[in-house]
Design a protein around this ligand. Structure first.
Ligand code: NI
Length: 228
């Protein structure tokens, strides 16, 4: 399930993040430092060490916002967030087709994190660059994603995806992975749809007994399917 979440960050947060990232200078390194054997030959971008001071400062802006975002929580059902990372693509840079690595070691404590969901939070407006679409394949074809600054896409980490070459400007983004409470994408999708329906029923004050029953089913499904 691919979900676009608008306005995860407000304009002031985007400006603050961009100021820090655009000033980061030598903290930007070749993106191949974290690529696996499949990604390295096709990865041409720059990124910032996720434990660097600038990355930590940016994480402190974004993580509390994510934790309050009801669409993110409902769609992803996060268990563990890999430390948020930052990348940028200048003219000619690209990241060819690949599937993200399935398990990553958390650099903070060495624990293994299973990557169930991939996320890209755009920090550059589409008018500032040409190319650079995030192209994600699923059973319904290829989705070309290019969102406004502050908007985010989340998609199953099992998806084949690529970043089209940049032909003008610079594209700066935050990206990260999540180990979800719900490992299976189709189960997460069902829960997301069910939660959306419950929220609508709550807003319309629909039949209280039926709502209570539906909410109970939602929680009992999460209990049944979740891994912690
Ligand atoms: Ni990727």
């Amino acid at each position: 399930m691919l979900v676009c979440i608008p306005n995860v960050l407000d304009a002031a947060q985007v400006v603050s993040l961009r100021e820090r990232l655009d000033r980061a200078g030598e903290a930007w390194v070749d993106g191949r430092v974290t690529a696996g054997y499949q990604g390295a030959p096709v990865k041409f971008n720059q990124q910032i060490d996720e434990l660097s001071d600038v990355a930590l400062a940016c994480q402190r802006i974004i993580v509390p916002t994510l934790e309050r975002n009801s669409t993110f929580i409902s769609a992803v059902l996060p268990n563990v967030l890999y430390p948020l990372m930052f990348n940028r693509y200048g003219e000619g840079m690209t990241f060819g087709a690949h599937v993200d690595g399935s398990v990553r070691l958390d650099p903070r404590d060495g624990r293994k994190i299973r990557t169930d969901v991939s996320a890209t939070l755009f920090l550059t407006n589409p008018a500032e660059y040409d190319g650079g679409e995030l192209q994600i394949q699923d059973t319904y074809g290829t989705h070309s994603i290019k969102l406004g600054a502050g908007d985010m896409v989340v998609y199953p980490a099992t998806s084949l995806h690529q970043v089209a070459p940049i032909t003008r400007g610079v594209r700066t983004s935050c990206f990260f992975w999540v180990q979800s409470l719900i490992r299976d994408d189709s189960q997460r999708a069902l829960l997301y749809e069910m939660d959306g329906a419950i929220q609508r029923l709550n807003q319309t004050n629909a039949d209280e007994v039926a709502r209570r029953s539906l909410i109970g089913c939602y929680h009992n499904l999460v209990r049944e399917w979740s891994e912690t």
